[in-house]
Design a protein around this ligand. Sequence first.
Ligand SMILES: *Cc1c(COP(=O)(O)O)cnc(C)c1O
Length: 402
Amino acid sequence: MTTMMNFAEMPDANGFFGDYGGQLVPPHLKQAMDDIAEAYEQIVQRQDFQDELKHLFQDYVGRPSPIFHAKRLSEQLGGAQIHLKREDLNHTGAHKINHCLGEALLAKFMGKTKVIAETGAGQHGVALATACALVGIPCEIHMGQVDIEKEHPNVTKMRILGCKLVPVTFGQATLKEAVDSAFVEYLKDPTNYLYAIGSVVGPHPFPKMVRDFQSIVGREAREQFQTRHGKLPDYVAACVGGGSNAMGIFSAFLPDAAVKLVGVEPAGEGVDQPGKHAATLSVGKPGAIHGMKCYVLENADGSPAAVHSIASGLDYPGVGPQHSYLKDLGRVDYQAVDDKACLHAFMTLSRVEGIIPALESAHAVAWAMGIAPQLDKGVNILVNLSGRGDKDADYVAKKLGL
Ligand SMILES: *Cc1c(COP(=O)(O)O)cnc(C)c1O
């Protein structure tokens, strides 16, 4: 980087991070997005909004989440020190509650009568249904019939939490159709409904809003680390699906040029195997998907490529526009970790530290475990442990014959 960028001022008024982002949507949807952007800019400045969000982060989510020094793991690896930002300890077990509370509260302040979203594996659905139950706004989640049958615990939780679950049966009956179905419902009354996107993706203002709500993770982590060690970490690493937990922790460290930032993508069964990975930034190219310009994985005909990861929360053929921009800028280094290394990290962290990580988060742990032995003992790596692995325990046990 040649010049000091003012990352806090991004995106620009049209929602661009450099060449990426924007609002690639039809005019009626653009008006709805502009209305949300305008309302957000006003509401986010209100003291009553900030006070309520702060109170919920503290007393409901359990913030601040601690940073844990994984001493035994670090000793075993014989190199750099690995530290974990414990987003797995949040209420509902992951970072997603941070932006879902923000979105639900925004809906309340905007006077919306319903919050709508799609969900794939059900993680976003559960976090949003939780936030809406708390805030007291009706919530409607669209989910593919195929996913409904696969993700039983999350479906049950959503029903208990009182959201309206809409099964989507057309096409492949998975995430893509769920998005289409949720949008049809949203467009029936965008004035009274709010569409709640689950990561730093989609048309402006969602990449910005979700980043802002997640930035609490980075602000806490930077201060906690500085207070304890008298300096900043040498590396900050996080897994990247759409990129919300990574943007959350990176945002506070972007101006610290000496802090190396590493985004870890899912290499699945290998980045050289089309359809068997979701390493969008590592092997994709600039394009467009879901109303934004960003790196994408595409087929030869320009349609979104099939993707795979052992971590269902990471298999997305696009990625947040800010990550796309940070890649081109060279400020963040994007690496890919495969299913096998992820599983190994999942088991190692469980057995050496007594922490069962989400398979998504295990990608970032695996990257740290790979580089730590090559580094000096005085080097510090801070990993965002985005969620806990309760949801993955049965799957892993079955896969490994435990
Ligand atoms: C959903 C999820 C992710 C992926 O989402 P990002 O927007 O890339 O952060 C990562 N970790 C966990 C635990 C998740 O539930």
